[in-house]
Design a protein around this ligand. Structure first.
Ligand code: MIG
Length: 817
């Protein structure tokens, strides 16, 4: 009996001690005290504290921690709170913080947050029981799942456009065999947009540790976001449109700077062109075959034993001479740069890094050593300002050779797919942390160091930086590509979804390996991929080591011709593409826009067949489709649309069957669009003539487009070296107005050729330019009945097209018909 009693006691102790080791979920408790300091409201509870900081009428930041907040520091956020009017009310059960745009209710017992519209609709609310709570060190915010709630964005994550019902982990990973639903890809952007009841909001959790977003997966109660350590720190963004949410998110985390024009041309890569003769002959072939191109790449074999900032002198005896030869062909060179610095005597990069203690260290002060291409390596701590500047100095050695493209790879950090230990120390710009918090940021900081170095040493020219890995805000320094994809149809469409999602998440300049990295594409897959590539922000073909040659002529005449036409069309579109990049540099709207941006509340766009569709800029609807599909279903959202190839008119809000044979990617133009184009050129520095082709598509609604031009390569645009004008289409008043130009750059285009689509001859028989009556003459306004000529109008069937030309002037030009 006694024994049994002891046994029970012992067992009880055992149970309770086990229980004590399993941390119970502990939410914030009741509010006990409030401290107000300008637009910062701090609430103390028995379990921790919460802070509300009003950043703007539409952006409210929430910080929650168990203990005192650590000093505020972020690699992502570049904006500070704005002065704005905030009304605070203290009621018995809650506080209300009200801005001009939204209301945040903070219940007191217990502390929970609810965001409401001014009309009182719930936009987003904490789960009543869990709110923000901890499981050990892991902190999670639980939000009540709203009926029909959709979730879009979150950067580079596999899965569908609508992420409802899925979980996504953010943990930058070298993931060479990713697939349709893979999370843990190369970069982390913990920002998503929620949609329900025609309301939209954004949540950006600025915590760079490994994080998990649950969009109502495995439960029907909540969505949640979890950081594995550190504080809960999120920005709540509310606007009535997805567009404005993206604008606010990029106000917080920064914009893509205007890229150099040449980086928007076609880029040819391969692992690896070597020796020099191979690189040069490949470049020459593009020119000989009149396939437009601006950039070519060197992958890891240019280096001596993969040592970064060195050259293999057998393969590349005269890098400067080689770059000069490329430049003579109007081509830019990009080289790969990996972060691993080979541990090697008499290797200055290593010696300097060692002597100056720039490498990442263990807590005991010894350097972390990991294995990658060069063998055993140390890795610069790019979160240390001095180390970034030092790396930037090495970039100078490339810049001095005339290299203008800098391709940052393996910065996830990849050590042959193994884990870099979490306990490593990082400088974190003097705030000190461990790799656990820093892993997801490392890639961005490497790209930043590269960008800042290149900018400093390129004598006023704009660099092009490409990265594989990064974190929110990476767009300020670099373009990104989606890593090691595969040569199959699924990956082609998955890549489109990834780039669309990156665009929703503040990253405008993104691309994927055209043709697929691993495996050899079939002729038809390559052909289709090259078509889609023409309408991606970054148009870059790449393939892995040991794969077949994949230049446009390697797939036969048909494919080569296809590549020439689609690349050519992209070059004709450059005035439009560049203007769109300009817009992006101003307000963060992506160049490649998932239909979820403009048509967020249309449930059809989220369907499997249609979810890849996007607008390239404001006007061109691209319906990516597998190469095996000769006909494909395309959804045209609300409005009116024109088939780009023949100007055939369609009402929106319907699915159509499009021809998508091997020579044709389904492309549609939104009615009312204004699309500036130029004549066909073979490189971005080719003479593009003196005529700007302005395509106008008849529509019912007013529209406007901001045309932008500058020298395409320097920073003079930051002073007044730009040319900008708004073009306004007013169908009710039958006018197209070119507003007075702004800026002091002299446009290349002295003539404007207006190309009118969807108009009849009768529509525009009588027209005036600035009040001056233009007589209708056959040679003035013409029907084109000839077969389409790519050189003049892209792939349009020009028999539906009317044109007229007039002199461009800096003052307002009003065309009236
Ligand atoms: O271990 O540099 O994603 O684009 O060609 C592979 C060789 C390293 C991975 C990159 C890929 C590049 C390859 N790199």
């Amino acid at each position: 009996m006694k024994n049994l009693y002891f046994f029970a006691l012992a067992f009880g102790l055992l149970v309770s001690s086990v229980a004590a080791q399993v941390p119970a979920n502990s939410p914030l408790g009741n509010i006990e005290k409030v401290i107000v300091n300008h637009a910062t409201y701090t609430f103390l509870t028995p379990n921790g504290k919460a802070q509300v900081i009003v950043y703007s009428p539409d952006v409210i930041r929430i910080r929650i921690d168990k203990q005192n907040f650590v000093p505020d520091f972020s690699y992502a956020v570049v904006s500070n709170p704005l002065q704005c009017s905030v009304k605070v009310t203290n009621r018995p059960e809650d506080y209300a913080i009200e801005t001009d745009s939204l209301v945040l209710r903070i219940s007191k017992k217990p502390l929970r947050f609810t965001f409401l519209t001014k009309r009182g609709e719930i936009i987003n609310t904490d789960d009543a029981s869990f709110g923000t709570s901890w499981l050990g060190e892991e902190v999670t915010t639980y939000k009540t799942l709203q009926k029909g709630e959709r979730f879009i964005g979150l950067g580079e994550q596999g899965g569908n456009l609508d992420r409802a019902g899925t979980v996504c982990v953010n943990y930058n990973t070298d993931n060479p065999s990713y697939n349709n639903n893979t999370d843990r890809l190369y970069s982390t952007i913990p920002f998503y947009i929620g949609l329900h009841d025609k309301l939209a909001y954004g949540i950006f959790m600025d915590n760079s540790s490994k994080s998990l977003f649950n969009f109502g997966a495995g439960n029907n109660r909540f969505s949640s976001f979890t950081a594995s350590c550190g504080e809960m720190n999120y920005y709540f963004i509310y606007h009535s449109s997805v567009k404005d949410i993206i604008k606010s998110y990029t106000w917080l985390t920064g914009h893509t700077p205007l890229p150099p024009m040449w980086s928007l041309g076609y880029q040819q890569c391969r692992w690896t062109y070597f020796p020099e003769a191979d690189l040069l002959s490949t470049a020459t072939k593009f020119r000989e075959r009149h396939i437009p191109i601006d950039m070519i790449y060197l992958d890891i074999h240019y280096m001596d034993e993969y040592k970064v900032f060195t050259w293999n002198s057998q393969r590349f005896p005269d890098p400067k001479g080689m770059v000069d030869k490329l430049n003579e062909m109007d081509m830019h060179l990009a080289v790969i740069i990996d972060p691993g610095v080979k541990i090697s005597d008499k290797y200055p990069v290593y010696q300097q890094g060692l002597d100056s203690t720039f490498f990442i260290k263990y807590p005991d002060g010894t350097n972390y050593t990991g294995q990658v291409w060069p063998g055993w390596c140390n890795f610069p701590d790019f979160t240390m300002p001095k180390a970034r500047a030092w790396w930037g100095n090495w970039i100078k050695t490339y810049a001095d050779l005339g290299i203008t493209g800098f391709w940052n790879d393996m910065n996830d950090i990849s050590v042959w797919g193994k884990e870099v230990p979490s306990l490593l120390n990082l400088d974190w710009d003097g705030h000190h942390t461990t790799y656990r918090q820093g892993k997801n940021v490392y890639g961005s900081q490497m790209a930043r160091s590269t960008y800042e170095g290149a900018k400093k040493y390129m004598k006023g020219e704009r660099p092009f930086v490409l990265t594989r890995s990064g974190y929110s805000g990476l767009q300020r320094y670099t373009a990104i590509w989606t890593g090691d994809n595969q040569a199959n149809e699924d990956h082609m469409l998955l890549g489109v979804r990834l780039i669309n999602s990156l665009g929703l998440s503040g990253v405008s300049f993104a691309g994927m390996d055209i043709g697929g990295f691993s495996g050899n594409p079939t002729q038809s897959l390559y052909t289709r991929w090259m078509q889609i590539g023409a309408f991606l922000p970054l148009y870059r073909a790449h393939t892995s080591f040991n794969m077949n040659r994949e230049e446009p002529w390697d797939f036969g005449e048909f494919s080569e011709d296809n590549a020439r036409r689609y690349i050519g069309f992209r070059y004709q579109l450059l005035p439009y593409i560049y203007s769109n990049f300009y817009e992006s540099s101003q307000n963060g709207l992506p160049v490649m826009r998932s239909l979820a941006i403009d048509y967020s509340n249309d449930s059809i766009i989220y369907k499997g067949d249609y979810q890849q569709e996007y607008l390239f800029g404001p006007s061109i609807l691209v319906a990516p489709t597998k190469s095996s599909e000769v006909f494909s279903k395309v959804y045209l959202p609300q409005g009116q649309w024109y088939d780009l190839f023949n100007d055939k008119h369609f009402e929106g809000n319907q699915s159509i069957v499009a021809e998508s044979g091997s020579n044709q990617l389904p492309l549609y133009i939104k009615a009312g669009s204004i699309i500036p184009m130029q004549k066909l050129v073979e490189s971005t520095v080719d003479n593009c003539g003196d005529t700007l082709f302005v395509h106008l598509y008849a529509g019912k609604e007013n529209n406007q487009y901001q045309y932008y031009e500058d020298d395409g390569r320097t920073y003079n645009y930051q002073k007044d070296g730009f040319y900008k004008r708004i073009i306004v289409y007013d169908p009710q008043n039958f006018t197209l107005t070119f507003n007075k130009k702004e800026g002091n750059y002299v446009t290349k285009f002295h003539l404007i050729k207006l190309v009118l689509h969807g108009f009849t001859y009768d529509d525009i028989q009588h027209f005036t330019i600035n009040g001056k009556i233009e007589t209708v003459k056959e040679n003035h306004i013409r029907f084109f009945t000839s077969n389409f000529t790519f050189a003049d109008y892209g792939p349009f069937d020009t028999k539906y097209v009317l044109t007229t030309s007039f002199r461009n002037s800096n003052d307002e030009i009003k065309v009236h018909w």
